[in-house]
Design a protein around this ligand. Structure first.
Ligand SMILES: C[S@@+](CC[C@H](N)C(=O)[O-])C[C@H]1O[C@@H](n2cnc3c(N)ncnc32)[C@H](O)[C@@H]1O
Length: 247
């Protein structure tokens, strides 16, 4: 595993105390995948997953928690660097979200299909098997608005081939942003990579059954327009372009 990647966002916010701290202590270790010294990670769930989904930067976890509740036969891996966000996801799973009070009751069924990586997802890229995910969600990634910081954006020339590798044939990336410059950048980067087709032409309306996130709600309240993009992995003929890029 690559030991370091420079991460520019926030890792911690206000002090985590009380029931949230307890949840992190008790539950997080059992929900975090073990990284083998050699070979690839085997994600183990309490179900036999029919489908696999990754959410990168799940923030407060509302999207991940709701999708996992809807799709009980899908295995989910959620990655989030911000520890307070991880605690918030656990609170959703405890059913005492926001109040920060109540009993610790991690329902086994509720977490049978969720695993959590409380770190930078890039650290797992070379540890996850090729083609493991059917869908990858990147919802409201940090925008890095300055031009000189653009390569810090999660959708960039380093990460696009990694996401391609992790997706199963015909796998999809769901990307949402309310920063027009990010949407434009992502569409350009993905097009130039030649690894994905953009399959949702109307980017201003949400896909059917869309689960809104905290960032989306904030943006809507501030009058920002969300952009919803779906990219589909191109088939293996395109592998050559990946090889070329890697050289
Ligand atoms: C702007 S927030 C959006 C959160 C959430 N998706 C939402 O829509 O409310 C972006 C989140 O991505 C996380 N993040 C950024 N880069 C990441 C990475 N490489 N691995 C895991 N999480 C990451 C940040 O910590 C932050 O919480």
């Amino acid at each position: 595993m690559r030991e370091t990647f420079r991460f520019f966002g926030r890792r911690k916010g206000k002090a985590i105390t009380g029931i949230r701290a307890e949840m992190l202590d008790k539950w997080l270790p059992q929900l975090t995948p073990k990284i083998p010294k050699r070979g690839k990670i085997q994600l183990k769930f309490g179900i036999i997953p029919q489908k696999m989904v990754l959410e990168v930067g799940f923030g407060g976890g509302e999207h991940l928690a709701e999708l996992a509740k809807r799709e009980t036969t899908t295995g989910f891996l959620g990655a989030e660097v911000f520890l307070n966000g991880v605690a918030s996801l656990l609170a959703h799973l405890n059913g005492s979200h926001r109040s920060g009070t109540g009993k610790l009751e991690l329902e086994p069924k509720r977490v049978d299909n969720i695993r959590i990586w409380p770190e930078d997802i890039r650290l797992l890229f070379d540890k996850l098997p090729e083609g493991i995910f059917n869908e990858i969600y990147v919802l409201y990634p940090d925008p890095w608005p300055k031009k000189r910081h653009a390569q810090r954006r999660f959708i960039n020339d380093d990460n696009i081939p990694e996401l391609w590798r992790l997706l199963a044939p015909k796998g999809k990336i769901y990307l949402a942003t309310d920063v027009a410059a990010y949407a434009e950048w992502a569409l350009d980067r993905m097009k130039e990579s030649k690894l994905f087709s953009q399959i949702k032409k109307d980017i201003f309306t949400p896909p059917k059954g869309w689960i809104s996130t905290r960032y989306e709600q904030k943006g809507l309240a501030a009058g920002r327009q969300p952009n919803y993009m779906i990219f589909q992995k191109k088939d293996k003929k395109v592998k050559k372009s990946l090889t070329k890029q890697k050289k």
